[in-house]
Design a protein around this ligand. Sequence first.
Ligand code: DLL
Length: 443
Amino acid sequence: MAAVSLENWVERIRDPKIECMSRDEMSALQSRRLIDVVNRVYNNVEFYRRKMQDIGIEPGDIKSIEDISKLPFTTKEDLKNNYPFGLLAIPMKDVARVQGTSGTTGKLTIAPYSQKDVEVWGECVARGLVMAGLSAEDIIHVCYGYGLFTGGIGLDYGARALGATAIPMSAGNTKRQMMCMEDLGATAFACTPSYALYLAESLQEAGVADRLKLKAGIHGAEPWTEEMRKKIEGILHINCFDIYGLCEVTGPGVAQDCIHHAGLHVHEDYFYPEVLNPATQEKCADGETGELVFTTLAKEAMPLIRYRTKDLTSIDHSTCECGRTLPRISKFKGRTDDMKVIRGVNVFPTQVETALLGMGGAVAPHYMMIVDREDNLDVLTVMVEVDESMFSDEIRKLDALRNKIAAVLKTALGVSVRVKLVEPKSIQRSEGKAVRVIDNRNL
Ligand code: DLL
């Protein structure tokens, strides 16, 4: 395995003209593209024409990116109501591919792409791969699922745009993943962070980890914490990166962090980000948490105007240490949907992850939250995997550990928690997005 240090990390910027552009130049580019996309949706998408007419806006009213706040929002509900192709802005014959997601709520969201959209997508993923120190020399083992989900094919397009080698493993069959990683000489791998941890532990257990040539992991599609990043990095002695995206906007590659891990750089020449207070829709100041809203500035097939992602983050427009001026969004705390209100307190699964990883080796960051209602009171149970040896110890020791975890979680979350200790690997591993919460309350 290649131990990587910041000193020997060859970091290049794929497109310095764009990624290091001055704010004024970027605003001018965004303004031109916004005017163009507003005209395109007004002329080609009945839904947008009506929405704009309803609030008395015409394309001519949009003169620069500053005018974006005059435009109406688009919501997931709008996509559902126009399922599958109601928001298409080009003829169906020009749609090169359709991707989708089942999301965490079971509803299918469909996203059509033109050939140019696919090229932009690959370019954005490639920019991220370069942020991760990768080049045309690298062999990228892609174990995101291929199919409607954008993870597999998105990383594949990125590897292709970079000129790297893609190994299209898709998800599943961990033994085969491990064999191919070693035999085919993967230098990077891409999958969800929860699966990355599982795979890392499996590689370590099988004694394969030290024989790999891995240097980077590209993980996203679900919220994960800095503590989780360090855990995976520690097992594999690699650098891991956080890649973000959503199929409606483009798959993976809307944003990604660089070696400084100081937030995820948004490719704002293509995807204009706003962070807004979810209740008032007022613009949040830099550093303030709100809902991420995107306007796709160049998308042809299904351009989206002020699309409310429901993802919670903050934004920072200052220049990064790496030299990029692309703004950075903070690691995601979760979606507004993932947040559970338990006895009036807002709780995110990522808080549980941070707390468990802060406890050191005795507990694994494999967990599941179950919310029930008993006698009109919310009850949160957190199932946590602990080392097998704990179960052969005296009951007293198990009780002590359970109480300790309960106390740590109570402090971290601000609500009392019932802790259920379970054996290693008893919480189901996911090859795709991990399910972290089961809410039985029927709210
Ligand atoms: O998850 C695209 C993707 C694939 C991103 C592979 C990264 C890697 P969807 O299935 O449409 O697309 O789900 C999008 O997943 O709105 C977020 O809530 C969540 N999500 C995606 N990336 C991250 C991330 C893909 N890095 C939804 N951190 C988004 C936190 C993420 N949440």
